[in-house]
Design a protein around this ligand. Structure first.
Ligand SMILES: [Zn+2]
Length: 293
């Protein structure tokens, strides 16, 4: 502990390595959590309609069954489950049947490792870095699930909000984020939810379409609780700018039909992470630029 506190580079390297392993776990969460929720919902729907819930062949959660190749069902051995390295060693193919493995798995591992190292380096050893790592892991899992399924599960967004609110009990006003000061966090949670809810209702009124989901409101509420209400406009601005740029690029590349739904969660999550890391710096620079600082 003292060693990590005294050596920022060592702390960043340790966090980066832990990030690779946690990225490997996040891959499991991204893939399995929506399937687990679907099972639950099917069982509940059957229950409501008075049918017998469909019998499930085997338990399915984050721990069981063991990871298998989706193509040949061969269990993935421990030696083939080392983040990034196994993918490279196997040439991106299943060890048994040589079916290509999605590049997404090593990319999520690598992104988590890099993000963890960056957070550790930026904040240094301490409570703030620990919280920022938790926030980062949640944002990556939510991004992956939203890209896959256009879904931001309550089982992730709600605890994310609670963790921030509880952590903010330990922050006095004006301190570095995270945790935000309790008052800023509570106002941030309410303002985040209500603001996107209002945008949603307005958009629906004007266009008759639903532009976002309730998961987006909850994620933005959590972001408000983590970063404080003061950072919400910046998060929204960054998310909108990046979202519009990617949307236009996809339209131009004809990868996307006009009016197709684009999940907003990944942009919110990405913007929230940028603001977590550089929000105060961006804000200071903007204020100085505007002649207010
Ligand atoms: Zn295989």
């Amino acid at each position: 502990m003292a060693l990590l506190a005294a050596n920022p580079a060592l702390f960043a390297a340790a966090a980066g390595l832990a990030g690779l392993a946690i990225g490997s776990f996040l891959n499991v969460v991204i893939h399995r959590l929506p399937l687990m929720l679907e099972r639950q919902w099917r069982a509940q729907a059957a229950d409501l309609e008075g049918r017998t819930p469909p019998a499930e062949a085997e338990p399915y959660n984050l721990a069981t069954p063991r990871s298998r190749c989706p193509s040949c069902q061969a269990p993935i051995r421990g030696i083939h489950n080392i983040p990034v390295l196994s993918y490279l060693a196997l040439g991106g193919r299943c060890a048994s049947c040589r079916t290509p493995i999605s590049l997404r798995y090593p990319l999520v591992e690598l992104a988590t490792g890099i993000a963890f190292a960056a957070v550790a380096w930026h904040f240094g050893f301490g409570l703030t870095a620990g919280l920022a790592l938790v926030f980062t892991a949640y944002l990556i899992a939510l991004t992956g699930i939203d890209v896959d399924r256009q879904l931001l599960p309550d089982i992730l967004t709600v605890p994310l909000l609670w963790i921030a609110l509880i952590a903010s009990l330990w922050q006095s006003a004006g301190g570095a984020v995270p945790p935000a000061a309790l008052r800023d966090a509570v106002i941030g949670a309410v303002a985040g939810y209500v603001f996107l809810w209002l945008v949603f209702q307005l958009f629906k009124l004007v266009t008759g379409k639903e532009g976002m989901g309730y998961g987006d409101f909850k994620l933005f509420a959590a972001v408000g609780a983590w970063l404080g209400w003061q950072m919400l406009p910046l998060v929204l601005l960054l998310a909108a700018v990046v979202g519009a740029a990617v949307g236009i690029a996809l339209l131009a590349a004809r990868r996307l039909g006009r009016g197709a739904a684009i999940p907003f969660g990944p942009y919110l999550a990405g913007a929230a992470w940028i603001v977590l890391m550089w929000g105060p710096a961006i804000k200071d620079r903007y204020l100085a630029f505007a002649g207010l600082g």
